[in-house]
Structure formats: structure tokens, C-alpha cells
Design a protein around this ligand. Structure first.
Ligand code: ZN
Length: 162
């Protein structure tokens, strides 16, 4: 049976636009490429997931999400200076570039290079939208039941995913 509303274990397709408080449009889905996710499994930010609960296909809504329900507050402690000698020799660092750092346990983190001098680079590990209040305009474009495998994995399987 096709689900009629957004609820746990339903695969949701939606179109959205996302603005920051300063009015900058930072994300927008394309007409033929909606966001598709499994509801109720922490696949999207919690503030948006809560607001979508109960919506129907064709329904639109404006949703404002505070930082604590989005990408968290900006943490000034989450910024580190690293010796340039630790970088791979072929890397030419520039301010604004995003580096993927692997720690000794194999965890990967994205960091933005925010500053550099002759000896060090400064890496900011905060999410680029940390500390931001987010304003979404969303339209639900599709709902379907999840497969048993999707429920087991906790995410949607597209034509190319595992
Ligand atoms: Zn999977």
C-alpha cells in the first residue's frame, strides 16, 4: 500500500530551496532530481525531518530551522593549525579549499582551509552551515513504502547504490 503521509519508514521525494538568514540561496533541487530519503532514520537534519512529518504529496511548506536542529552551533574550538610539512607534497594549499582529513582510526572529516602562513595552515572542522538558521521551502513530490533492505540499511537505495 502506498503511504499517504510522511511518517517513519516511508521513502519521501521532495523539492526544496534553502536560504541562509542573509538571504543567500545556498541549495536548490533540480526539477528532475528531487531529494529522496528514508524518513525517521536521521538521514536529514532533525528540524526539517520533524517539520515534514504528516505532509502529503503536492503539499508545500516554509520551514525555519534553528542551528541546534540543523548543523549545530559554530564551535571556535573546532579549528586547528597544522604544519604544512604534514601535507602531501603535491598539494598546493589555497584559502577556501576543502580537505578531507583521515585520523588514525580511519575516520574521515572535511575541513575548510581558512588561513595559512609559511609554516602552518588553519583548518576549520565546523560544518560550513554550523551556526546558521536555515529557511527551507519544501514541496513533497512522492511517497512510497521502503523495501525490507532499505529499512535494514536505514537509507534509500537508488538504481546505482548498494
Ligand atoms: Zn544500503
Amino acid at each position: 500500500m502506498m503511504p499517504e503521509t510522511v511518517r517513519k519508514d516511508v521513502v519521501v521525494s521532495l523539492q526544496y530551496k534553502l536560504w541562509l538568514d542573509d538571504g543567500e540561496l545556498v541549495e536548490e533541487t533540480l526539477a528532475d532530481e528531487p531529494l529522496v530519503y528514508l524518513h525517521g532514520h536521521d538521514n536529514i537534519i532533525p528540524g526539517l525531518e520533524r517539520a515534514l512529518e504528516g505532509m502529503r504529496v503536492g503539499e508545500s511548506k516554509k520551514v525555519v530551522v534553528e542551528p541546534e536542529d540543523a548543523y549545530g552551533e559554530y564551535d571556535p574550538e573546532d579549528v586547528e593549525k597544522v604544519s604544512r610539512a604534514a601535507l602531501p607534497p603535491e598539494l598546493k594549499p589555497t584559502v577556501g579549499m576543502v580537505l578531507t582529513i583521515v585520523d588514525d582510526r580511519g575516520n574521515m572529516y572535511d575541513a575548510v582551509l581558512t588561513d595559512m602562513d609559511e609554516e602552518t595552515i588553519t583548518l576549520d572542522f565546523n560544518h560550513p552551515m554550523a551556526g546558521e538558521r536555515l529557511t527551507f521551502e519544501v514541496t513533497i513530490t512522492g511517497l512510497r513504502a521502503a523495501s525490507a533492505e532499505e529499512l535494514e540499511h536505514g537509507h534509500v537505495h537508488g538504481p546505482h547504490s548498494h
